[in-house]
Design a protein around this ligand. Structure first.
Ligand SMILES: [Mg+2]
Length: 263
């Protein structure tokens, strides 16, 4: 483990599925804390704001502090404040990422307002053709495309569900407008988390179930990356991929024995 001191944990598919704890996750998180590890949760989830994420993790038996949770909507807000200050943003997302979009001006999709930035989050029944077509017209009209992530699917109790990455590919192609991704696997996101935690990449271990967002993204900034065989993990996906996790474990329950005490 070297000098690692902090474990970054993906939430969905690693700690919980449909906000129910994956077996062994509460004990593993408690064990890591007891062993002296600092923890941070890093999620592309857009269905739930940070305050509610903290509540739902606690309800699942994983007590967490707000400062430990890094979300894609918060990364989007920071990116927009820095690169598109004052921009009028059309939000195309499920859930309530609004809660974490501090300082971002959102246009009412029902009104004929000018749009400077199309901001995509996650997919869901509330994201329909009308909104996607509105986004398409805004992009053709010159708006920038910013994506919280480009996940193609996510895992629920009802199985795998189609995510916004699939629609994002269509928007990019149709409008000839490539997206800037600000959640995982963005290098800027991982670097900003290291900055917020005041840690070097070598002092951290990232744990996730998504080869691109979690493993490739973390390795790109020099972190050790551990893949879990839960959530969206598929053996054939790992076999076909050029991405090589530093470790592969059955679940988060194996982390305390894999990592031991921080170095
Ligand atoms: Mg995940």
């Amino acid at each position: 483990v070297g000098s690692a001191r902090c474990v970054l944990l993906d939430i969905d598919g690693v700690l919980t599925i449909s906000w129910r704890a994956i077996p062994g996750a509460p004990e593993a998180v408690a064990g890591l804390r007891a062993s002296g590890w600092r923890l941070a949760m890093v999620t592309n989830t857009t269905s739930t704001g940070r305050a509610r994420i903290v509540e739902r993790l606690s309800e699942a038996g994983i007590p967490t502090e707000p400062e430990e949770v890094f979300t894609a909507p918060r990364a989007a807000a920071a990116y927009l404040r820095a690169h598109h200050p004052g921009a009028s943003c059309l939000l195309v997302s499920n859930g309530t990422p609004h809660d974490d979009l501090e300082g971002v001006e959102l246009v009412d999709p029902g009104l004929e307002q000018a749009v400077d930035v199309v901001l995509t989050g996650g997919a869901g029944p509330e994201v329909g053709y009308e909104l996607l077509n509105r986004a398409y017209h805004a992009l053709v009209g010159g708006a920038s495309l910013v994506a919280m992530h480009r996940n193609l699917q996510w895992e629920t109790e009802a199985g795998s569900q189609l995510d916004m990455g699939a629609f994002l590919l269509g928007l990019e192609q149709a409008a000839q407008s490539p997206a800037t991704v600000v959640g995982k696997p963005s290098t800027d996101l991982y670097l900003s988390i290291l900055g917020a935690l005041d840690l070097d990449a070598g002092e951290t271990v990232m744990v996730g179930d998504d080869l691109e967002a979690d493993i490739e993204g973390a390795q790109a900034v020099g972190m050790r990356a551990v893949l879990v065989r839960t959530g969206k993990f598929r053996e054939e996906h790992l076999r076909r991929s050029a991405i090589e996790p530093d470790d592969v474990v059955d679940s988060v329950a194996d982390l305390p024995s894999l990592l031991g005490y921080p170095g």
